[in-house]
Design a protein around this ligand. Structure first.
Ligand code: SF4
Length: 328
């Protein structure tokens, strides 16, 4: 029977799952992705983790431990540096150790991804993992190449190159309700980590709620990397964390090119990097826009009613300000 490797549906899974699936599957290893986040998964995480840690890591515990009972291994890479000169959040460095420290931990595969280890650091990490399943080095290298190809395709598929301004006619047609209207009338940029904003449970279904109102949603993953890097040059200082640089760069790009009507910044409690970046984005949106910005802090106690009320108010504000800017 093929060995099984569990992929926790949390944290960097949202960025790299296409590569991880392609890599293991080429080696004849079956991957099992954990189920969607739920109360049950969160409760497992809450029980096993330190109460001081951020919500997404608590959620990660839940996914990893749930998978431990269903798979031979759980894949938890130690991702330190994916780009020279910047680091990931320290939580990603400690993730395998945190999971190993629980009672009855699962069997973990945790290669270190650190580009400071040389030009072939990522390929070398792939070889290390692949040797657990085969002696055929050529097969592992092929699996690595397929993984990188799958990742590039996944990232390309997410990019929306030509985000244009939303025409006012669509907005006018919406007044009085959007029943039957399939066109987006407002565009909102959701700034935040994919593992927060794309997880319907912990984001309280934020993206779908907006889409249900006929609003177009864009996220940092939709912005081409070259535009992110260019816009991030406006930051008051070079950023130490690369994933947060991407959120900041995407948000700056939206503001500078006036392609969104508003921004919702989703911050997990208690996240140090997000709290810092959020302040930069708020300042930039005010000074260079102004583009209205609302922050939402999510934790394990977040309630739907509070979110719905704030969203309604924010969307009304954006609609009115867009109409009045157009003299409607
Ligand atoms: S960046 Fe923030 S939310 Fe993400 S793992 Fe680090 S502390 Fe947690």
């Amino acid at each position: 029977m093929a060995p099984t490797v569990g992929l926790p549906r949390a944290l960097l899974y949202y960025k790299y799952h296409a590569a991880w699936d392609a890599f293991f599957n080429h080696l004849g290893v079956e991957t099992v992705t954990s189920e969607n986040t739920s109360k049950k998964v969160l409760n497992i995480g809450l029980k096993a983790s330190d109460s001081e840690i951020c919500l997404p890591v608590k959620v990660f515990y839940g996914h990893a431990l749930d998978l431990g009972e269903k798979c031979d291994y759980v894949f938890i890479p130690r991702i330190v540096q994916v780009e020279k000169g910047s680091f990931t959040c320290p939580k990603f460095l400690g993730l395998p150790d945190m999971i190993r420290a629980v009672d009855n931990p699962p069997e973990i595969i945790s290669p270190t991804i650190d580009v400071r280890n040389g030009r072939h650091a990522i390929r070398d990490a792939a070889l290390e993992v692949g040797r657990m399943f085969t002696d055929d080095e050529a097969k592992i290298v092929k699996a690595y190449k397929l993984a990188m190809k799958a990742l590039r395709k996944h990232e390309k598929d997410l990019v929306k190159e030509n985000i244009e301004k939303t025409p006012i006619e669509k907005l006018k047609s919406l007044i009085g309700g959007n029943e039957g209207n399939k066109e987006p009338v407002l565009r909102i940029g959701i700034a935040g980590h994919a593992y927060n904003i794309e997880d319907p449970y912990i984001s309280l279904n934020l993206i779908q709620r907006l889409k249900d109102r006929g609003i177009e949603v864009v996220t940092p993953e939709n912005v081409p990397m070259k535009k992110i890097k260019k816009a991030a040059k406006d930051a008051p200082k070079d950023l130490f964390w690369n994933y947060e640089r991407d959120i900041l760069g995407a948000s700056y790009h939206w503001v500078k090119n006036k392609v969104v009507d508003g921004i919702i910044y989703v911050v997990a409690f208690p996240c140090g990097p997000d709290s810092t970046i959020q302040v930069f984005v708020e300042g930039y949106a005010k000074k260079e826009g102004p583009v209205p910005l609302m922050s939402i802090v999510i934790d394990e106690h977040s309630a739907e009613a509070g979110l719905v009320t704030r969203l309604e108010a924010f969307v009304d504000l954006l609609t009115e300000s867009k109409l009045s800017a157009q003299g409607v």
